[in-house]
Ligand binder design. Structure first.
Ligand code: AOF
Ligand code: ZN
Length: 338
């Protein structure tokens, strides 16, 4: 199963809206005779990828191991259960049940007389497909947020000086994280302050008052979606997708935007912004990547990573739990989930 998870990761960043799936096939003597993975939505599922590399004779009486329940429905590709049965596989070992309601592979395999074991390394399997699980069970985009702070939770000094809080290896990891997500999201204030490139295939920019000019670095690469106040006239620029959004309080309505990006097929998003937008996204956030540098500003006027509300009781804090901590040469990365 660990091998399946490694194989599945080869598809990372390329399978959306589909899950990450890897498969290992053993012959009746327990020897590995094939492996496969899902490389891209619309292409073969991992089970089909693995089985089509071998003959039914080689696989007969063997075991198929896969991190997600094999599908039993016609989607863009035929049901994997048909092929598993046709190949005479005797045992199927599954990491987790498929949250996709169309899939009922376990019963189909059992009915065909195959021995099925479910729940092997289940926690790891669920973690690998955390985005797919949220998409399938809650019909919404998975929201992750990245921030880089000093030990006292500051993202810049009071004058906005922030280059750089963390060191290069941690910043590189921050850029690598982007590739896992369908889109990155930021605010006009971040773009205005830093004129960043933010390399990604899809970028979402919240620019309520349309203050950003189209010649900024961020617009020079990738597909850009800009959300702005619906009361303003539509800007004319064919290279950028401008989308009207309602305003709630004095901000663009985040719930509207999250629903809209899901409709547009964005299954996961990484928010990279300053304290205001990060604070507004906290209620919708599934996962936080918080890089921490061993620096302390010690200045109450320094800018905080999350702002936007007043609370007096500690019980009202947003509660996450740590799922992982990674060490870099100087900095650390804390990973938290709801
Ligand atoms: C994958 N890769 O290896 C497995 C999947 O439209 P289709 O035919 O690609 O079907 C997509 C569904 O198939 C997906 O939502 C999931 O429930 C199931 N299993 N999908 O993309 C795989 N095993
Ligand atoms: Zn399948």
């Amino acid at each position: 199963m660990n091998m399946c998870l490694d194989l599945a990761l080869k598809g990372e960043g390329k399978t959306s809206p589909n899950p990450l799936v890897g498969c290992v096939v053993l012959n009746k003597d327990g020897e590995i005779i094939s492996t496969g993975y899902h490389a891209k939505a619309g292409e073969n599922h991992s089970e089909r990828d693995a089985l089509l590399k071998i003959t039914p004779e080689a696989a007969r009486g063997g075991t198929l191991i896969v991190n997600l329940e094999p599908c039993s429905h016609w989607g863009k590709t035929p049901p994997c259960t048909d092929l598993i049965i046709e190949y005479g596989i005797k045992n199927v070992v599954i990491g987790m049940k498929d949250p996709n309601p169309k899939v009922d592979g376990i019963s189909v395999l059992k009915k065909a007389g195959i021995d099925v074991a479910v729940g092997v390394l289940e926690d790891k399997c669920r973690e690998l497909n955390e985005v797919f699980i949220v998409n399938q069970t809650e019909n919404r985009t998975f929201v992750a947020l990245k921030t880089a702070t000093t030990l006292d939770g500051k993202i810049s000094t009071s004058t906005g000086s922030s280059k750089w809080i963390t060191s290069e290896d941690a910043r590189l990891e921050g850029k690598r994280l982007r590739a896992k997500y369908d889109a990155i999201l930021t605010s006009s204030s971040t773009v205005k302050a830093d004129n960043p490139q933010m390399q990604h295939r899809k970028k979402i920019i919240l620019d309520r008052n349309l203050i950003l000019s189209a010649d900024l670095e961020i617009f020079k690469q990738g597909e850009c979606l800009v959300y702005y106040d619906e009361k303003l006239p539509s800007p004319a620029n064919s290279a950028i997708t401008y989308i009207k959004a309602p305003v709630k309080g004095d901000k663009l309505d985040i719930e509207f935007i999250l629903k809209d990006i899901y409709k547009r097929g964005i299954m996961s998003v990484l928010v990279e912004a300053g304290g205001c937008l990060s604070g507004s996204f906290l209620p919708y956030c599934d996962k936080i990547y918080n890089f921490i540098a061993p620096k302390i500003l010690g200045d109450e006027n320094g800018k905080n990573s999350f702002v936007g509300r007043n609370i007096s009781d500690i019980k009202d804090s947003y509660n996450f739990h740590f799922t992982d901590v990674k060490r870099f040469e100087k900095d650390i990365l804390c990973i938290l989930k709801k």
